[in-house]
Ligand binder design. Structure first.
Ligand code: NDP
Ligand code: OXD
Length: 309
């Protein structure tokens, strides 16, 4: 196998070293913007490659994405017939569960409010809240969303889940498809987004969707910035329908210094940090998947190019 790595914005050395150790029989090279084509490459391992990389390598049979979301790849013209494989979990599901639980519990238990008031020298207690009044809904029950939904259910929140096809997760009330969306939203107050970004999910967190959540709703977006219509969220925070949001991903990253989210008192921000790619785990997973494919065994994470995830 002749593998070419292309990851313009990531330090390549640890990936090259790790992949060479894990796949000693493969020939592995690194392509940098401006390089000529690497002749004979049949497999690419990539993160945010430019179109020029794809154009230079029409012979690729397999493109391995060094992360979970393949939306950036799906925007490119890929070599005809190339399959796309992605990281599934790879140590990110537990990080997503940590992030979601932190955001949900911080809101539910009013820790942000207490921190602000203590810093102002106040000492005030608010009445305890009931889990039953804060049902959580997780959009996307895949490698990451399923773990998040199951973990939140352990904190006694009523948890709803929504996916494209019907799914079943212990302790989670599952809805699916367009037909299930209205019931899912009506049953949800804290909405957690872990959908892939596809033509079907772009702008899904819009005014119409958010208005169908229970009043005093809260949004946690850990998926992609393009899921959220930013002005709609700002309007619904102003109107009081939304009580706040925790956002990890944005339409423009880095988030511009003057962006209205930056200083909004009801919005908590992180810099696309909810689940970091872990090179060691990812390399081991990629190597295992490449070996399985070579031996004709099935692998998880082959992307359906028609659906875009
Ligand atoms: P998966 O492909 O494993 O799961 C996607 C889930 O979304 C599935 O349950 C799928 O349904 C559901 N889904 C897809 N399209 C629709 C639709 N049109 N309507 C309803 N449900 C839909 O993805 P992962 O869990 O691995 O990752 C999810 C996303 O998280 C990534 O695509 C990426 O954008 C984001 N991410 C963000 C990171 C960050 O640091 N902020 C880090 C890693 C990932 P079904 O089960 O029927 O297929
Ligand atoms: C991913 C990401 O999709 O880091 O893996 O956003």
């Amino acid at each position: 196998m002749r593998i070419v790595l292309c990851s313009p914005n990531i330090e390549a050395a640890p990936w090259l070293d790790g992949l060479r150790a894990a796949l000693p029989q493969a020939v592995l090279t690194q392509w940098r913007p401006g390089d000529a084509a690497h002749p004979g490459a049949d497999c690419a391992i990539v993160w945010n490659p430019p179109q020029a990389f794809m154009d230079a390598h029409p012979g690729l049979r397999l493109i391995v994405n060094m992360g979970a979301g393949v939306d950036a790849l799906m925007r490119l013209r890929l070599p005809q017939g190339a399959a796309v494989l992605r990281i599934t979990d790879g140590g990110m599901a537990v990080q997503m569960a940590e992030y979601a639980c932190h955001a949900v519990l911080r809101h539910f238990r009013e820790f942000g409010r207490y921190e602000t008031e203590m810093a102002q020298g106040q000492w005030r207690l608010y009445p305890p809240r009931r889990h039953a009044d804060f049902p959580v809904g997780v959009m996307g029950l895949g490698a990451l969303g399923e773990r998040v939904a199951a973990t939140l259910a352990r904190f006694d929140f009523p948890v709803n889940g929504w996916s494209r096809s019907a799914r079943s997760v212990d302790g989670v009330h599952c809805f699916s498809g367009e037909a299930g969306l209205a019931g899912f939203l009506a049953a949800t107050r804290i909405l957690v987004c872990l959908l892939p970004l596809t033509p079907a999910t772009q702008d899904i967190l819009c005014r119409d969707t958010l208005l169908r959540l229970r009043p005093g709703a809260y949004l946690v977006n850990m998926a992609r910035g393009e899921h959220l219509v930013e002005d709609d969220l700002l309007e619904l925070l102003d109107s009081g329908h939304m009580a706040g949001a925790t956002l990890d991903v944005f339409r423009t990253e880095p988030l511009p210094a003057q962006h209205p989210f930056r200083r909004h008192p009801l919005i908590s921000l992180t810099p696309h940090a909810s689940a970091r790619t872990l090179p060691e785990e990812s390399i081991a997973q990629i190597a295992a998947k490449l070996q399985a494919l070579e031996q004709g065994r099935p692998v998880e994470g082959l992307v359906d190019l028609g659906l875009g995830y």
